[in-house]
Design a protein around this ligand. Structure first.
Ligand code: SF4
Ligand code: SF4
Length: 303
């Protein structure tokens, strides 16, 4: 199963859920941290890194001897990554999406390929958990290709029962790149007006991608019932509610995995996984979510 963990905004506890879920599952798990602008799952899982791979993009290189300055490459490029001037051709590699179109239309075969590094990918392990992440170079805008490289490395790990995809916060291109091909998305939110606004955007994006989703409501006791009303209206299951607990916040701030400190967190995360499996079974049988509300076995656990 490939399970996405996402949130409409940062700071909702998404990575907490992803890391503790990975540690609670008693099967072979890969955690793919796709928040390549700010990867932080490794701060909690503390993996031993085995392999570091530079990730590059192909970029065009123009041979001035062959170029006739015809302008076909500039006309084709939608990203303004290539400009034909009266006496030369300029390329702007930071804007290039490596589509290859300019080389295809060049009548003089003047374009060959170079490469530029956009970041690096790391793969490692913590006990039975395999961890993959990516780190985008500072100022680099091309997150989706690096996210694709992280997803590919996670998919290439053999004999893996569950892949957890920790998506970046928000609803932009990197989130979409992270969530393609996942079986189910757990959206982590909090019951505040800001939380609801961003959650609504995230739900709309995930539904547009055709992926079933459910909610985890973090700090469920600090806000109001708007999330429940929204979930009811959208026919979304609330898979788990997590009350605020100062002891938990302190352990989190120190970079500890909560399942290592609080046994009830392991039960809670396992309950979350079972709730997802139930939802997928319902979806495959054609039934809609049976009941709006938290799964009983997870709701009773307080952290
Ligand atoms: S590879 Fe595509 S994006 Fe890059 S310069 Fe050529 S046409 Fe533009
Ligand atoms: S399409 Fe080829 S020949 Fe024409 S301007 Fe671009 S690089 Fe030069």
């Amino acid at each position: 199963m490939i399970l996405g963990i996402a949130s409409g905004k940062g700071g909702t506890g998404k990575t907490t859920v992803a890391c503790n879920l990975a540690a609670a599952l008693e099967c072979s798990v890969v955690l793919a941290d796709c928040d390549v602008e700010e990867p932080n799952a490794h701060l909690f899982l503390k993996p031993h890194w085995d392999v570091v791979t530079p990730i590059t993009l192909d970029v065009p290189v123009v041979d001035a001897q062959k170029c006739t300055l015809c302008g076909a490459c500039q006309d084709l490029c939608q990203f303004k990554a290539i400009a034909v001037l009266p006496e030369t051709v300029l390329t702007f590699h930071e804007l290039c999406h490596s589509c290859g179109g300019c080389a295809l239309v060049c009548p003089a075969e003047a374009i060959s390929w170079g490469s530029r590094q956009i970041g690096e990918r790391r793969t490692g392990r913590r006990g039975p958990i395999r961890v993959v992440n990516g780190t985008l170079r500072i100022g680099e805008a091309m997150a989706p290709p690096l996210i694709g490289a992280v997803r590919q490395a996670a998919a290439d790990i053999p004999n893996c029962a569950v892949v957890l995809v920790d998506a970046p916060p928000g609803t932009s291109c990197p989130v979409v790149a992270s969530l393609w091909g996942v079986d189910y998305v757990v959206l982590v939110t909090e019951p505040t007006p800001f939380g609801l606004n961003d959650l609504a955007l995230a739900v709309a994006a995930v539904k547009k991608m055709g992926i079933p989703c459910g909610l985890v409501v973090n700090r469920c006791d600090v806000g109001d019932d708007r999330i429940h009303t929204f979930a009811h209206g959208e026919n979304l299951p609330i898979l788990l509610e997590i009350p605020f607990d100062r002891k938990v916040a302190e352990q989190y701030a120190q970079g500890h995995l909560l399942v290592d400190v609080f046994p009830e967190w392991k039960t809670m995360m396992q309950g979350l996984y079972k709730a997802v499996v139930r939802e997928l079974e319902r979806a495959s049988s054609g039934a809609s979510p049976k009941e709006w509300g938290a799964a009983p076995e997870t709701r009773e656990v307080s952290a």
